[in-house]
Ligand binder design. Structure first.
Ligand code: GRF
Length: 208
């Protein structure tokens, strides 16, 4: 008898190319994407989910008394679908501490810089403004602070100047679309754990 699928929800706010990468590579194989949630009703990524036959929902703060109430409703929706992992793939809003505690150790995020450099929005633009020679992509667990949790994967990208933001974005996306599915695959396989001796460090068994 096969074991029940590892159940993943993906949270988005925009285009959803990382969601598409997950739909194309791991969905229906190692994991089941059981829901896609957007913080905005007009997120193009919602159509990607619908095309793949994945249930969607919109949880905008505007529809709730405050963020905590939105987070509770979102958490209830995810819990009802017995989600094992929540993937933030371009989800442009903060999730409050209550939500993070409720799904502790079960939320990952993809960020377009080598954290802890350039947390928050506009990471690529700010890296270029700063004139960095190396930026990159980080996949990390989510804790109660912005773009701060323990790191699973990082991959560097060299920059040259004058820099073209569009071209850097494309290179960043190409890395993200490879690293994020790899992270989800390894987590689903139980090959990722926090170092018991150092909670900042993630131990990844990625030897095939
Ligand atoms: C990605 O670059 C991700 O790192 C950042 O938001 C972007 C989302 O892109 N958090 P997409 O919606 O997956 O195309």
């Amino acid at each position: 008898m096969s074991s029940p699928a590892f159940r993943v929800a993906v949270l988005i706010s925009g285009t959803g190319t990382n969601l598409q990468a997950l739909l194309d590579t791991v969905h229906g194989r190692e994991v089941e994407i059981v829901g896609v949630v957007s913080s905005r009703p007009d997120a193009a990524g919602l159509q990607r989910a619908e095309r793949a036959g994945v249930e969607t929902a919109v949880f905008a703060i505007a529809g709730h008394p405050d963020r905590a109430a939105r987070d509770r409703a979102l958490g209830d929706w995810l819990a009802a679908r017995e989600v094992d992992l929540v993937v933030l793939a371009g989800f442009m809003e903060l999730l409050g501490p209550e939500f993070v505690r409720r799904f502790a150790g079960r939320i990952v995020n993809v960020h377009p810089s080598l954290l802890p450099a350039f947390p928050g929005v506009g990471a690529i633009e700010r890296a270029v403004e700063h004139g960095v020679r190396v930026t990159g992509v980080t996949i990390h667990y989510v804790d109660e602070h912005l773009d701060n949790g323990p790191i699973l994967f990082q991959e560097p990208l060299e920059l040259s100047y004058p820099a073209c933001i569009d071209e850097i974005e494309q290179r960043v996306h190409a890395v993200e679309h490879r690293l994020l599915p790899q992270a989800v695959r390894l987590i689903a396989a139980g090959r990722v754990r926090i170092d018991p001796g150092n909670p900042r460090v993630v131990l990844v068994d990625d030897v095939d």
